[in-house]
Design a protein around this ligand. Structure first.
Ligand code: NDP
Ligand code: HSE
Length: 441
């Protein structure tokens, strides 16, 4: 057998420790698949003395000097599972420029400055693989990057954050409020000690940027993604969705479009939305992820599985390690980034969406006409109106009926302006819920 392929592992936390475990347990199979054994040259961590349980690894391999480890002549592949922008960007650029293959799960860095990594990979003639950065164990990026390269993808719709999907599924199943469901997610170990990146949509926005870049052969960064989290979703919103035969999911939606001059564009957004219970993504519960891809020739494709957790994510990391190790032995390199399309990113205001709006209003003649007039002024067409008993407007304002209005598709800016004007009407006690509706007219 050929001489070993030597790995520098940066990070040995939730994901890194499972990478170590899998490398140990599968070593014979991995060697047979690659044609050479994999060996850990060193493991960079923050605290060498940290208790790492029964991790099957020589403690002498640990170091607090990632850069020194990367620069060693006996390191062929750098596996980064630390996370964050800096110092990870500096480490990976250094490794790639030196011709070392990189496998990373770092979605934040790829979405913030993927270009720096791709440029460094091209400069050093090295591989850059990042399957684990989006949707954990689900083989998704390589199908987009390789298998679907003969097709034209028009739209990608996904549930790409496990923590928020767990929270919304719990709210839907039990009627719990957001805070209660978040507490349960924390107790079960899904949510981080600081769950901001998950519940405010930053994690999903980073993944959306990576997906859009690959699907549409262009460069999209996290800053290009319209982002809203789930902290404002209430138990009343969830009940209202149920009443309409829908459920609420935090969706990432990346779609092709065109500007006024007919030039092709892309829009990328992350926000909670109602989807019909019949939609394939509606049945994705717990902390699972799923991504729905619509392509010209292939039609509709669905990718489903565990999007988070040490072992599932390590599976994707190891798959990439095998690929880059094989490439090295063959003296080859995977195709570089494909960003030739160079599409402009369309502002959220131009995205075509539908709204579900609940209002507490005065129950007297002329109210419906006044409300409908606001929609008409903004050229938003109403699809359905339902009136029921008031949901509890402010006391003393005579709010004694609830209107639930669902619109047809309209530019998001027109829908937002409609809601703003409704809030200012005397006859409207309060706008109790505003949610976008996706999937099916
Ligand atoms: P953890 O916080 O569990 O682990 C981080 C590791 O990095 C720890 O071993 C830590 O050392 C080490 N580390 C932190 N800072 C430094 C530093 N300056 N120098 C050297 N080592 C450092 O993170 P996760 O394993 O959860 O996540 C790792 C990456 O994988 C992130 O990019 C994350 O977004 C991504 N990811 C995570 C998933 C998950 O489910 N957890 C799923 C998909 C992707 P020490 O052990 O000493 O503290
Ligand atoms: N915090 C992320 C999630 C981890 O909940 O999906 C996987 O990227």
């Amino acid at each position: 057998m050929t001489s070993p392929v030597r790995l520098a592992l940066l990070g040995c936390g939730t994901v890194g420790s499972e990478v170590v475990r899998l490398l140990h347990e599968q070593s014979a199979d991995l060697a047979a698949r690659i044609g050479a054994p994999l060996e850990i040259a060193g493991i960079a961590v923050r605290r060498v003395g940290r208790d790492r349980g029964d991790l099957p690894v020589d403690p002498a391999l640990f170091t607090t000097d990632p850069l020194g480890l990367i620069k060693r002549d006996d390191v062929d592949v750098v596996v980064e599972v630390v996370g964050g922008i800096e110092p990870a960007r500096g480490w990976l650029v250094e490794a790639l420029r030196a011709g070392k293959s990189v496998v990373t799960a770092n979605k934040a860095l790829l979405a913030e400055d993927g270009a720096a990594l791709h440029d460094a990979a091209a400069e050093g003639g090295a591989d850059l693989y990042y399957e684990a950065s989006v949707a954990g164990a689900i083989p998704l990026l390589r199908p987009l990057r390789d298998s679907l390269h003969g097709d034209r993808i028009n739209r990608v719709t996904g549930i790409v954050n496990g923590t928020t999907n767990f929270i919304l599924s719990a709210m839907d199943a039990t009627g719990a409020g957001f805070a209660e469901a978040l507490e349960e997610a924390t107790e079960l170990g899904y949510a981080e000690a600081d769950p901001t990146a998950d519940v405010e949509g930053f994690d999903a926005a980073a993944k959306a940027a990576i997906l859009a870049s690959l699907a549409f052969h262009t460069r999209v960064t996290a800053a290009d993604v319209h982002r809203e989290g789930i902290t404002e979703v209430t138990a009343a919103d969830v009940a209202s969705a149920r009443a309409m035969g829908c459920t609420i999911k935090l969706l990432c939606i990346a779609a092709r479009g065109a500007d006024a001059a007919g030039r092709e564009t892309v829009s990328v957004r992350v926000h909670p939305a109602m989807i019909p219970l019949t939609h394939p993504l509606a049945s994705v519960g717990d902390a699972f992820n799923a991504v729905f891809v619509e392509a010209e020739a292939a039609g509709q494709l669905m990718f489903y599985g565990r999007g988070a957790g040490g072992a599932p994510t390590a599976s994707a990391v190891l798959g990439d390690v095998v690929a880059v190790a094989r490439n090295r032995l063959a003296g080859a390199r995977a195709a570089s980034e494909s960003a030739y399309a160079d599409l402009a990113v369309r502002p959220m205001g131009e995205a075509l969406t539908r709204y579900h709006i609940s209002l507490d209003v005065a129950d007297r003649p002329g109210v419906l006409e006044a409300v409908a007039g606001v929609f008409a002024r903004h050229e938003v067409s109403i699809a359905t109106v339902r009136q029921g008993p008031a949901g509890g407007g402010p006391a003393g304002r005579g709010s004694d009926a609830e209107l639930v209005i669902v619109t047809h598709v309209a530019p998001d800016a027109a829908l937002a302006a409609t809601v703003r004007e409704l809030r200012g009407l005397d006859i409207v006690g309060s706008v109790t819920s505003v949610l976008r509706v996706e999937g099916g007219q």
